[in-house]
Write a protein that binds this ligand. Structure first.
Ligand SMILES: [Zn+2]
Ligand SMILES: [Zn+2]
Length: 344
């Protein structure tokens, strides 16, 4: 089968690789669409500790079930169904899972990369993380369930409450999904800092007050906008340590800062201890999601509870995968989709 193989930073090649088989209890999926995620782009730019080349990237997968192999009776999807697949599921039994920290499970079961014609869905993922795409939902939009699920997990971690003032640093696809997730959680005011004008427009259209961090001191702006109280929750949706500094300065007393954008290993953050001690500002981070977030995200997308207008800016065929990575790496697109089988 055809697949876009990641061969190392800056190099993705469309090659023939062996077609996978359905594992016992699992399924084989013909991929319809797979979204290009920030993690894929980061890996393409500078490598990633989780992905050793050569390998196939892509984890925002929607496809059609072409074969199941003795699935457990609790599996809710059938051959022929169009499904959205969580790229990994937790074990639900380890100590971290027992404490409800499913995204931190050390025994996750994973699917292989989705930038390929077929993907094998192992038994656990079929059982716990595979959901039928609701009728009428565009499969491209269904492929957004994974990034949205990551934001729902972060919003739950940082406890956005009704009426809260939230600052979102960065209005890329994840920043915009975070904005939508905070709206759904009942946030009162949404403040967004973003250097690119077209992204500020997207955030503004969604009801946020926006600022260009290149022109204005973000912390001072938030301080003015909140009469000195600062933001209740700040999500840092860019991978830059300076953005965390801004976030720590913009959070109000008792506020929380969530480092949502990944930073390279070894990155050190300078934190004013007074902010942590006297102002009780919490610094935390979020990564990934649990199947429940994924299911909720898919349901919100199907119900039209998330404004996805203008988020998918580019679509490429699998043959054009190298160009898709190049284009996404320039930062000029919001969400890029790779159409593989494109049915649905
Ligand atoms: Zn993703
Ligand atoms: Zn576990």
């Amino acid at each position: 089968m055809k697949a876009a193989v990641y061969r190392g930073p800056g190099e993705v090649r469309v090659e023939q690789i062996p077609k996978p088989e359905a594992e016992p209890g699992g399924a084989l999926l013909r991929v319809s669409y797979c979204g290009l995620c920030g993690t894929d782009i980061k890996t393409y730019r500078r490598g990633h500790h989780m992905f050793t080349p050569p390998c196939v990237l892509g984890h925002e997968v929607v496809g059609r079930v072409v074969e199941t192999r003795d699935p457990s009776p609790s599996v809710s999807v059938n051959e022929g169904d169009l499904v959205a697949v969580a790229p990994y599921v937790p074990c639900f039994v380890c100590p971290l899972c027992a404490r409800g920290r499913h995204e931190l499970c050390r025994h996750k079961e994973w699917i292989d990369g989705g930038f390929a014609e077929y993907v094998s869905v192992p038994a656990g993922v079929l059982q716990k993380g595979t959901f039928r795409v609701p009728d009428g939902l565009d499969p491209r939009v269904a492929a957004l369930a994974e990034p949205l699920a990551c934001c729902l997990n972060a919003v739950a971690d940082s406890r956005v409450r009704m009426g809260d003032t939230v600052l979102i640093v960065g209005a890329g696809p994840m920043g915009l999904f975070m904005l939508e997730s905070c709206k759904a959680a009942g946030a009162g005011r949404l403040l967004v800092s973003e250097p690119e004008e077209c992204r500020r427009l997207q955030a503004g259209r969604r009801g946020a007050e926006v600022v260009d961090p290149g022109q204005t001191d973000v912390a001072a702006w938030v301080n003015d906008a909140t009469r000195g109280f600062g933001a209740d929750v700040v999500f840092v949706c860019v991978g830059a340590p300076e953005a965390v500094d801004q976030a720590m300065a913009a959070a109000g007393p008792g506020g929380a800062v969530n480092v949502f954008g990944g930073l390279p290993g070894g990155t050190m953050l300078a934190v004013d201890a007074q902010r942590v001690h006297y102002d009780e500002v919490t610094l935390t981070g979020s990564f990934g999601f649990a199947p429940e977030h994924f299911r909720t995200a898919l349901g919100m997308l199907a119900a039209g509870r998330v404004d996805v207008d203008g988020i998918i800016t580019h679509e490429f065929s699998l043959d054009d995968a190298a160009r898709a990575f190049e284009t996404a790496a320039t930062g000029k697109c919001l969400k890029a989709m790779i159409g593989v089988g494109q049915d649905g």
